[in-house]
Design a protein around this ligand. Structure first.
Ligand code: NAG
Ligand code: NAG
Ligand code: NAG
Ligand code: NAG
Ligand code: NAG
Ligand code: NAG
Ligand code: NAG
Length: 570
């Protein structure tokens, strides 16, 4: 039978029925370094980055490490030898599966690290499940950016290369006072001459870590401060879109977050959701801001078609204000809103009434779910979601894992290990300075009988069909499958987490047909490399209330960027 059209619009009905443990937080292991950036690099490994010279307990070559491999199976950490300072960098995977960490910092004399501001650190796909022998190539003399960039964003685009957006040249405590208002690419385009951006100029001084998304036509949507544009990479033009309503600002140091909502065939109409941040003026000096200023509870959503842009942003409210939240796409098409504080700002040591060194306070301990298909006003709920006692404030990271649960690490609103201050290391729940405890948030399906997906080809061409074996637990029920509305296959990029933003994160629904014997699925790959920028991804099968573990695939040829257009136009 044909199960296409089984996309998120039908999903609310799923969350009734099968009993299990429900959502739960589980703490397991410690990160050894502060996990202020995180990216899943293989089915079993995540990479964490910290900043250099902090005295972290994890050692390498006789000094504290600032990069590490986290083993998702054993919950153990191994130091990575990083040469340059990864402080406040970003990154992504390329079309050949290689992870690139971009930009960073330089604090002369504080550590053995070299200047990371032009760094392009390369982590090749590594076959070792536990990370033994996996290395990071980090030599800024050989491979580097054109500009020095601290606080840049990175995005995998339609040709599988990386677009690097914005940043700051030099250390600054709060606003972007020494901006890099340009875009560049890796591998470089235009003879490595950066492209100036009027948008970045206009969105000063709160435009660090712009929230940027690859649209299904290859253009790039960007939000910085309270402004948004669509950037056409091929024509090098910026089209101004409406501002976020009500003066709400969402990029560092006013970190809200943003996500591209799941893309559905046949049209893959893009919609963006932006949540949290602040409506404080960006003209107020940081010394006149307070850690107790309420964060914004506003979510704003826009459909990126001419009609949607004409209509503008639709506003809805979270259950609480959030500074520095992060949004995680879940394999069933819902969005997890997690982390952050109810008051204050991002960054540290800049407002009038610091909490330790934190510019923010009142950590939010309970995540919410956002259901994109529910009617306005009924999309956000924390019913059934658990409460943690570990605050995740500035410099925390979060990612969906290939197993289908959510990895949480980091949090450090203080510059260094300090056991005495509020938000200190390892303390009771009101303390969150350098937080090394790693947690998982387990969705209910982690404790239920789960469907499985196996035997998909490891490499999937665009606009093609492939077959995978499935098993469907009896408890998933037959009626749900027979009705044809409750089976979905999600192709996901798990993204790179840094500073309350998950760059390159993506969910594309794939059409799928279940065989008569219910043992195999015929799945259609994305139509082309603009709908899903070529590179690695995970396939998740959701049936009823349960979701399979993710299956790692390479989408496209796996060739190094830039790769030519592939597949069919939509
Ligand atoms: C922590 O993870 C290890 C390795 O997966 C596992 O053996 C152990 O049972 C886990 N502990 C808890 C408390 O979940
Ligand atoms: C966005 O911010 C700018 C600069 O602070 C301001 O002039 C403009 O009115 C804001 N837009 C909205 C919709 O509030
Ligand atoms: C900032 O605070 C100082 C001291 O209270 C005050 O004199 C100044 O006017 C304030 N500036 C702004 C822009 O609010
Ligand atoms: C600014 O945000 C705060 C906190 O959400 C809210 O109470 C206030 O009404 C907002 N002000 C405006 C002008 O929207
Ligand atoms: C820890 O923080 C407290 C309060 O801000 C400060 O007095 C103390 O000097 C700090 N200790 C270290 C080792 O930085
Ligand atoms: C679903 O159908 C299979 C085969 O027809 C049967 O063995 C199984 O018990 C059914 N499961 C439920 C929950 O009805
Ligand atoms: C992937 O492509 C990048 C950029 O060209 C290159 O630096 C890297 O070595 C390539 N990795 C592999 C495994 O081909």
């Amino acid at each position: 039978m044909k199960l296409s059209g089984a996309f998120y619009a039908t999903l609310p009905a799923l969350f009734t029925g099968v009993a299990g443990a429900g959502w739960e937080f589980v703490q397991n292991g410690t990160s050894g370094i502060l996990a202020l950036e995180a990216i899943i690099v293989s089915p079993t490994l995540a990479v964490f980055f910290d900043f250099a010279g902090t005295g972290d307990p994890l050692m390498i070559n006789g000094h504290s490490a600032w990069g590490a491999l986290w083993d998702l199976e054993t919950n153990q950490v191994t130091a990575l030898d990083v040469l340059s300072d990864t402080f406040c960098a970003s990154g992504s995977l390329l079309s050949n599966g290689t992870m690139v960490s971009v930009g960073g910092n330089f604090l002369a004399g504080t550590s053995s690290a070299s200047d990371g501001r032009m760094a392009l650190r390369i982590f090749e796909p590594c076959p070792s499940a536990n990370g033994a022998g996996c290395t990071l190539f980090d030599n800024p003399d050989l491979v580097h950016l054109t500009e020095t960039r601290w606080y840049p964003s990175s995005l995998r685009i339609f040709d599988g290369s990386l677009m690097v957006v914005g940043g700051i040249h030099e250390a600054t405590l709060f606003y972007n006072t020494d901006p890099v208002n340009s875009f560049e690419f890796f591998p470089s385009k235009d003879g490595a001459v950066p492209r100036p951006s009027a948008f970045l100029e206009r969105s000063l001084p709160a435009n660090l870590f712009p929230r940027v998304f690859a649209l299904p036509d290859g253009k790039v949507f960007m939000v910085a401060n309270n402004q948004s544009i669509i950037y056409d990479i091929e024509a090098n033009t910026e089209t101004i879109l409406p501002d976020i309503p009500n003066g709400v600002r969402v990029t560092n140091p006013f970190d809200g977050t943003a996500t591209l909502l799941p893309l559905s065939p046949p049209l893959y109409i893009p919609e963006v959701l932006v949540c949290g941040g602040t409506n404080s003026s960006d003209q107020i000096p940081s010394a006149n801001l307070s850690s107790q200023d309420p964060a914004s509870d506003q979510c704003s959503r826009i459909v990126l078609t001419p009609a949607g842009i004409e209509k503008g942003w639709e506003v809805e409210r979270m259950l609480e204000g959030r500074m520095m939240p992060e949004m995680i796409l879940l394999p069933n098409g819902e969005v997890l809103i997690i982390n952050g504080g109810q008051t204050g700002y991002a960054a540290m040591s800049s407002v009038s009434d610091l909490v330790g060194n934190s510019n923010a306070d009142h950590a939010v301990f309970t995540p919410s779910l956002y259901d994109p298909s529910a009617p306005l006003g009924h999309r956000i709920s924390n019913e059934g979601l658990p409460t943690t006692d570990i605050a995740r404030m500035y410099h925390s990271s979060v990612s969906l894992t290939p197993s289908g649960n959510i990895l949480l690490a980091g949090s450090n609103p203080n510059p260094n290990v300090n056991m005495t201050v509020k938000f200190s290391t390892f303390g009771a729940h009101t303390t969150l300075c350098r937080e090394y405890r790693v947690q998982y948030l387990n969705p209910p399906y982690m404790s239920l009988a789960r469907p499985t997906l196996a035997g998909a080809p490891s490499k999937i061409a665009f606009s093609s069909k492939f077959t995978a074996r499935v098993t469907i637990p009896a408890s998933a029920g037959n009626s749900s499958v027979v009705k044809g509305a409750l089976l979905t296959v999600a192709l996901m990029d798990l993204g790179f987490s840094s500073h309350a933003f998950h760059s390159s994160s993506r969910l594309v629904w794939l059409e799928a047909t279940l065989s008569r014997d219910r043992k195999s699925l015929e799945i259609s790959s994305p139509p082309n490399n603009r709908v899903y920028p070529p590179g690695p991804g995970y396939l998740f099968l959701t049936i009823g209330d349960t979701t399979s573990a993710g299956v790692h695939v390479m989408v496209g040829s796996g060739a190094p960027p830039p790769v030519p257009d592939q597949g069919r136009r939509i």
